[in-house]
Design a binder for this molecule. Structure first.
Ligand code: GLV
Ligand code: MN
Ligand code: MN
Ligand code: MN
Length: 411
């Protein structure tokens, strides 16, 4: 399939759930998510590929090259953050579909005799709920596939409105029952979401390691009262306590070398949320990430001590729970060497790079030989409508994924 066909498909998917400033809003198991799934299915059906949906809403398209053989799986996710970018995830799925089509065409054009032909089939996946904005934890579908998370537990996770994953998936018609394909290896391509490739003028990143990440799920309990009539000395203000916690989550990075630890509070729920009521409860989630697990653990311990002090100082009850802990990981050397050889074959520059963002490949790397590729992000911005990657970089990435996939299907 041509580069033009790829760009047309990318722009067609970008229109699904489009937001006013060129982003998309396609949170997991919403109507916009369903629309991208219909698009994925139609693409596969046009090519005569079988599609499947498993019990956690992962969607597969299967391309048979060698009847009965396991699959080289290519993919990423079509869901997005609220007011998210149109490249994060979607690029990797659409690139996966086009790479699979190119691999199938190449296999058909060069019917190789005996042992030089493909050893494996190729499949494309749209993982359920990589983003975790609506249903936490993130990387949900691939974690279930990899056996890291239990399907029955994930189906009971609820969004802030009380809807479960099971109900939401059934609501969009994507609570499947199909068998998961047996896989031989996994490859994913994604925008970098950082500045390194753009700075160095290099089109391809071969991801060699992922950062250690964890969240702290924090509940601040105070006492609801009147914002006018309550004496200042009598207030137990949950929102004030939460504000102090949020400041500490930011400041904790100052105890480490610059940029060795990153942290934010990105989600907060407030009860009862009235201008004339001292808040009784705040729920917030802090996200801590570093290359070195010990750095995150030291920061976490420091924060737990700060949180105890804040609770004492303002007469609050604050609990903090470890949540969504992901080990730092190394991607296999064999996959890095394969990616570098593929880039050299195509005349594309490549460098090794780490990821601070979470990806489905972090889960898949636990169970299968995994290759993770990056293409440049303009200005390094992501999880926002301004996210952008140039057409020529996307096109190089599709060629790269097709070459990596071609090598993987040959064992
Ligand atoms: C999700 O997008 C993450 O980076 O963890
Ligand atoms: Mn992503
Ligand atoms: Mn993301
Ligand atoms: Mn991610």
């Amino acid at each position: 399939m041509t580069d033009t066909a790829f760009l047309e498909d990318f722009h067609a998917v970008s229109r699904i759930g489009a937001t006013p400033a060129n982003g998309v809003d396609r949170q997991a198991a919403t109507p916009a998510d369903r629309e991208t799934r219909e698009w994925f299915r139609a693409f596969a059906e046009r090519r005569g590929w079988e599609t499947r949906v498993d019990g956690i809403g992962n969607q597969f398209a299967l391309v048979e090259l060698v009847p009965g053989a396991p699959y080289v799986l290519l993919g990423s996710h079509l869901d997005s953050q609220p007011l998210g970018g149109r490249f994060d995830g979607a690029y990797g799925v659409i690139a996966g579909l086009h790479a699979a089509a190119r691999i199938a065409d190449r296999a058909a054009a060069s019917p190789a005799a005996g042992s030089t032909g493909p050893a494996y089939n190729v499949a494309v996946v749209n993982w359920f709920n990589e983003e975790g904005g609506r249903f936490a934890p993130s990387i949900m579908g691939s974690s279930v596939f990899a056996g890291i998370k239990r399907e029955d537990e994930m189906l009971e996770v609820r969004d802030l409105g009380g809807t479960s994953v099971r109900e939401a998936l059934a609501g969009i018609g994507y609570l499947g029952t199909d068998a998961r394909p047996e896989i031989a290896s996994y490859a994913e391509i994604h925008i970098e979401q950082g500045r390194i490739l753009e700075r160095d003028g290099i089109p391809i990143g071969a991801v060699d390691r992922s950062w250690y990440t964890q969240k702290l799920d924090v509940e601040v309990l105070g006492e609801q009262s009147h914002t006018g009539a309550t004496a200042m000395a009598d207030r137990h203000d949950a929102l004030l306590g939460a504000a102090k916690v949020i400041a500490k989550v930011h400041e904790v990075t100052e105890h480490f070398e610059p940029e060795t630890l990153v942290s934010s509070v990105g989600q907060l729920t407030l009860e009862p949320n009235s201008p004339i009521v001292v808040a009784r409860r705040v729920h917030l989630v802090a996200d801590l990430r570093a290359d070195d697990a010990d750095v995150v653990l030291a920061a976490r311990d420091r924060l737990l001590a700060d949180i105890a002090d804040i609770a004492d100082a303002y007469g609050l009850r604050i609990t903090a729970r470890d949540f969504d802990v992901r080990d730092n990981q190394h991607y296999p050397e064999s996959g890095l060497a394969l990616a570098e050889a593929a880039a050299a074959e195509l005349g594309l520059g490549a460098r090794r790079i780490r990821t601070m963002a979470g990806h489905d490949s972090v889960a898949m790397n636990r169970i299968a030989p995994t290759v993770m590729l990056f293409i440049p992000s303009v200005d390094g911005v992501s999880h926002c409508e301004r996210e952008y990657t140039r057409d020529e970089d996307m096109i190089d990435g599709v060629a790269m994924l097709a070459e990596v996939g071609w090598r993987l299907v040959h064992g």
